[in-house]
Design a protein around this ligand. Structure first.
Ligand code: GRF
Length: 208
């Protein structure tokens, strides 16, 4: 059984997609053990509650020093003996120590086709604004392992989504979520849970 912890900050639609996929059996061999949010008002926490998943808020704002927040977060994650940490709309910069400790055991979803429209400053709606500004015809989403850089870790899955004339950042964001994010995140977790994902020289090999 893959023991999964999910880190969130907001609405939690990606979390919901994962919960639904576990419940319907699309994801197998997986249990969601804990959901942690840095934001006490994140609707994602309510989604966890509704599904009887342990949940809590650990906010950097409630600690005097960042170091103390880092320690509290790592301690809590360690407590749950997780095999995989999933960043599902997590807006917190993770402690370097956590990334080190959980090498190739943390995954993130980015709402664009890496290496385009990613890196520092590319988060949330801003990604889609830049996509529209440049006028690309395809965008999409990427699930990748998290390393020390921003959006630089090994890529696990990508799915392209059409950009349409007249799109607003909000409309495009929604289409990227519906057509890509909510699909490839559960798929990636299922592949990991079933031992199909291998990292070789910084690249991911998926066993057919
Ligand atoms: C998604 O667009 C995700 O790609 C980005 O933040 C958003 C999270 O949405 N990192 P939600 O909280 O899962 O609804």
């Amino acid at each position: 059984m893959l023991r999964v912890g999910v880190l969130v900050s907001g609405g939690g639609t990606n979390l919901q997609a994962i919960i639904d996929a576990v419940n319907t059996g699309m994801i197998t061999n997986t249990s969601i053990e804990i959901v942690i949010s840095n934001n006490p008002n994140a609707y994602a926490l309510t989604r966890a509650k509704k599904n009887n998943i342990d949940n809590l808020c650990i906010s950097p704002k409630t600690f005097e020093k960042r170091e103390d927040f880092n320690k509290a977060l790592i301690k809590k994650l360690d407590e749950y003996q997780l095999d995989l940490i999933v960043l599902a709309g997590c807006m917190v910069v993770l402690p370097a120590e956590l990334i080190d400790k959980y090498e190739n055991r943390i995954i993130n979803i980015h709402p664009a086709l890496i290496p385009s429209f990613c890196g520092t400053g590319y988060y949330g709606l801003h990604v889609h604004e830049e996509v529209l500004k440049r006028g690309v015809k395809l965008t999409g989403a990427t699930v990748h392992f998290v390393d020390a850089g921003t959006d630089t870790g090994p890529i696990i899955m990508q799915k392209a989504v059409e950009v349409k004339w007249g799109d607003t950042p909000e409309i495009l964001q929604r289409r990227v979520m519906e057509e890509a994010e909510w699909k490839i995140m559960p798929e990636a977790i299922n592949l990991i849970a079933n031992g199909k994902v291998q990292v070789i020289d910084g690249k991911v090999k998926i066993q057919e």
